[in-house]
Write a protein that binds this ligand. Structure first.
Ligand code: SOE
Length: 374
């Protein structure tokens, strides 16, 4: 256990940078037993934007090269685009610096393997920021499943639907490029669902044993922002669907899309067993629909009681929490693992298992057939 404040270096300061900086800012007031931490250095390329970000997000220093930071801090947050996940994270781990890396772990399975091996050699916490594991209702669902309330797990059904790329004129970004992102909706959104299923039922169904998948791109090129008339090709999926069979014989059906009109950030997962079912929706993240025992239908449980996961840190029952709170819970657990030298889950090993399924979906789509993952 270290008593010195944990100096944190963060690569990236936009969407995820703000989500994690906000989480760090909440810890003193709501998680009094969280390890002392310090927003030490924020890393980026544009010095002017970086200076603004440092002030807005509360960082003491700025840097334009992660190589100057990863050995100087006590924890390295890699919140950069997917193509920047491998090299900086491996360098930090080789320097003995714990890492929190945004999902998906890497654009490719080979890159994920390199990160997993560096984490195994480093023996410090190496986390992948699958933040939906830190929703109280998801933790409540895992308690029910682990207690056997659903019986033998047979099916998982998950989908993650967004609409921000529905407009073919929505500008091109790194998320549309296979070299930079690895995949589209599959890795960006599907990774969350694949991991969440593994978190909820992995102990009972084992790992994914086979997968068949399909990738679809509806818009093949997109305009480059600020470059009148210039377009770039879209080389990743707008949508994917997949069917998985786990070691136990349980099956899963997953899909995700970034072109589903009318769905903003619609992540749902359902688990069905021999003795019951449960369903979760991110759009109603304080609730869990549960059917167990002799119930004749689903019951909606409001997961905001003081003995529900994390809720005692926040407000009285019924004073609901939101998306941003999952990052507070995740940062609390990660920094506690860093301070106490404990393991952290979801780890790079967990994230590698997600990447194995992503790679399987890509191979199945390319081959037009189901593929074994073992
Ligand atoms: C995509 O728009 C995205 O930001 C994902 O990258 C995040 O992981 C998800 O939580 C919200 O949507």
């Amino acid at each position: 256990m270290t008593d010195e404040p944990i100096d944190i270096g963060v690569l990236g300061y936009r969407f995820m940078g703000k989500a994690h900086a906000n989480a760090l800012d909440r810890l003193p007031m709501f998680f009094e037993d969280a390890p002392e931490r310090n927003r030490h250095t924020v890393i980026g390329r544009d010095e002017a934007a970086l200076a603004d970000a440092a002030e807005t997000l509360g960082f003491e220093h700025t840097a334009t090269d992660w190589r100057d930071v990863v050995e100087e801090v006590d924890a390295f947050y890699n919140l950069g685009p997917n193509h920047l996940h491998v090299e900086p994270s491996v360098a930090a781990l080789e320097a003995g610096t714990p890492v929190l890396c945004e999902k998906p772990l890497a654009p490719t399975l080979a890159g994920a393997e390199e990160m997993r091996e560096a984490a195994a050699a480093a023996e410090v916490p190496a986390a992948c920021a699958f933040n939906y594991r830190f929703v109280p209702a998801i933790r409540y669902a895992k308690r029910l499943i682990d207690a056997g309330e659903l019986g033998e797990i047979r099916q998982v059904r998950g989908r993650y639907l967004q609409d921000w790329l529905s407009d073919p004129e929505a500008p091109w970004s790194w998320r549309n490029d296979e070299e930079l992102a690895g995949s589209g909706a599959l890795g960006d959104l599907g990774a969350h669902t694949i991991d969440l299923a593994r978190f909820l039922v992995g102990d009972r169904v084992g790992e994914a044993a086979s997968v068949s998948g399909h990738l679809k791109t509806f818009t093949d090129e997109r305009p480059v922002e600020g470059e009148d008339g210039e377009t770039r090709p879209v080389t990743v999926d707008d949508a994917y669907s997949a069917q998985i069979e786990y070691d136990s014989g349980a099956i899963a059906t997953f899909e995700a899309s970034r072109v589903t009109e009318g769905h903003k950030n619609d992540h749902t997962i359902a688990v069905h067993g021999s003795a019951g079912s449960l369903e979760f929706s991110l759009e109603r993240l304080n609730e869990l629909r549960v059917m167990t025992g002799d119930a004749r239908g689903y019951e909606t449980v409001l997961v905001t009681d003081e003995d529900d996961p994390y809720i005692d840190h926040w407000w009285p029952p019924g004073h609901v929490i939101g998306w941003e709170h999952t990052f507070v819970h995740e940062n609390y657990e990660f920094l506690t693992a860093v301070a106490e030298g404990d393991d952290f889950s979801p780890s790079f090993d967990d994230a590698y298992e997600v990447q194995r399924v992503i790679d399987g979906v890509e191979r199945s789509d390319a081959e037009g057939a189901r593929v074994d993952l073992n």
